[in-house]
Design a protein around this ligand. Structure first.
Ligand SMILES: *Cc1c(COP(=O)(O)O)cnc(C)c1O
Length: 415
């Protein structure tokens, strides 16, 4: 499912990538819907027998077409801004299945969430709880609260995406969570709904999830003693995928641990996967502009392509490794190439030291680019952002057109 070669040519489902490049140009993000769908089913299967809800973390890939298809499957959504809530609504998502995470929710964001009747605010501080209570009171609408607990577990991942350690900015420690629940349950404007955490991203071991869930359930029991009942426990996202040869998180193993740890509790279990639903489904399709073979020993072979760090920042930001494949294999002699973009930064590379047989004009597929690819893209160097294409079986559709220079300059003014 997703990407495979047909007659030597790399295809997205039934569509040759060359055809997309010719029709839409490069660079372009391509997503395979079947791949997203299959991964969604895998997570559901892993959680079979547990009352659960999958709340897709919108920030991983927020294209409306993907959100709309996930909404059709009955997914909930984890959002981190008012803008993401707007996206979910436009895509036909149900606000009653939305949870709102993030340490810095603005008053406008909070008001918007309350008015839409979202399922839960994942509250990350005492101050946020106070603001939420005040706004709910003012608007005359009750707000549902989950406290994001920081369980202080090491997710064993890149420091920029580890979020469950004491020193991180996210959530509150368990002791403080109890206090916040007491305040929330005493308020006429708030309803205690659940408890949540999110300990990091690209986690490949089950143990950190087990430790986090265990910590949350200890709090659930303590709250039970105070006669504060919750309806859900949310273990966040962060399910690791395979980019190179690292193992992906064992989803069925995670399901086992969840069933065992929850035992006979009647809480609904929630997960907030982002990356694991969409990473494998996406590629960044780019064309080789120039080859600069090493002129002498000690130099590197440089392949300049038309995609850059503004399109895919993961290699520069997280030292991320993405597989690179020629769309058509030409059978030439491979050499080690650095695949770099046109941006004026030495950090502007997509891949280093890859054994490839390259010619100018070749198309390359940067794999595993469906999550935190387009979503983190920018207009640095006044580069219009790439188009996005969604493939289903034999058909493809442009689901976001390529930006134009006028799109970019139209917001600016002078004199
Ligand atoms: C980013 C984020 C997620 C999703 O993380 P993935 O690693 O993409 O699964 C889930 N929950 C919260 C609160 C997040 O910030």
């Amino acid at each position: 499912m997703g990407y495979a070669r047909r007659h030597g040519e790399l295809c997205a489902e039934g569509v040759p990538l060359q055809r997309i490049a010719t029709a839409v140009g490069t660079p372009v993000y391509v997503y395979s819907w079947r791949s997203v769908h299959e991964q969604y089913r895998r997570i559901e299967h892993a959680l079979a027998g547990v009352d659960h809800r999958i709340c897709y973390a919108v920030k991983a890939n927020s294209n409306l077409a993907i959100l709309a298809r996930l909404a059709e499957l009955g997914a909930g959504f984890d959002i981190v801004s008012g803008g993401e809530l707007e996206r979910v609504l436009r895509a036909g998502g149900d606000p009653k299945r939305v949870v709102f995470s993030g340490v810095g929710k603005s008053t406008a964001d909070i008001d918007f969430g309350i008015k839409c009747g979202i399922d839960a605010f994942n509250v990350e501080s005492a101050s946020e709880l106070a603001r939420l209570e005040a706004r709910a009171g003012l608007l005359g609408c009750n707000a549902r609260v989950s406290v994001r607990v920081n369980p202080d577990v090491d997710a064993n991942t890149h420091p920029y995406i580890a979020t469950g350690l004491k020193e991180s900015k996210f959530g509150v420690p368990p002791e403080q969570a109890l206090e916040l629940y007491c305040r929330a349950s005493a308020s006429p404007d708030l309803t205690v709904a659940g408890i949540d955490c999110h300990i990091g991203s690209q986690i490949v071991d089950v143990e950190p999830f087990e430790a986090a869930l265990t910590a949350l359930l200890q709090l659930v029991d303590a709250l039970d003693g105070e006669d504060i009942a919750l309806d859900h426990v949310d273990i966040g996202g962060g399910f690791g995928v395979t980019y190179g040869n690292e193992p992906a998180l064992d989803l069925d193993g995670l399901g086992e641990v969840i069933r065992r740890t929850l035992a006979d509790r009647t809480l609904q279990l929630r997960v907030e996967p982002g990356r694991s639903l969409v990473a494998d489904a996406g590629i960044l399709l780019t064309r080789v502009e120039y080859l600069k073979p090493a002129p002498a020993p000690g130099y590197r072979n440089i392949a300049v392509v038309d995609a850059a760090m503004n399109d895919l920042i993961r290699p520069a930001l997280y030292q991320a490794w993405h597989a690179v494949e020629p769309v058509v294999e030409d059978g030439g002699v491979p050499k080690p190439w650095d695949i770099v973009g046109p941006i004026c930064e030495t950090g502007d590379f997509l891949a280093l030291d890859r054994e490839l047989a390259l010619n100018e004009g070749d198309l390359l597929a940067i794999r595993g680019a469906g999550a935190y690819g387009f979503a983190q893209s920018s207009n640095y160097n006044t580069r219009p952002r790439a188009a996005e294409v969604l493939v289903t079986d034999e058909a493809f559709a442009v689901v976001r057109r390529r930006e134009t220079i006028s799109d970019l300059l139209g917001l600016e003014m002078f004199d």
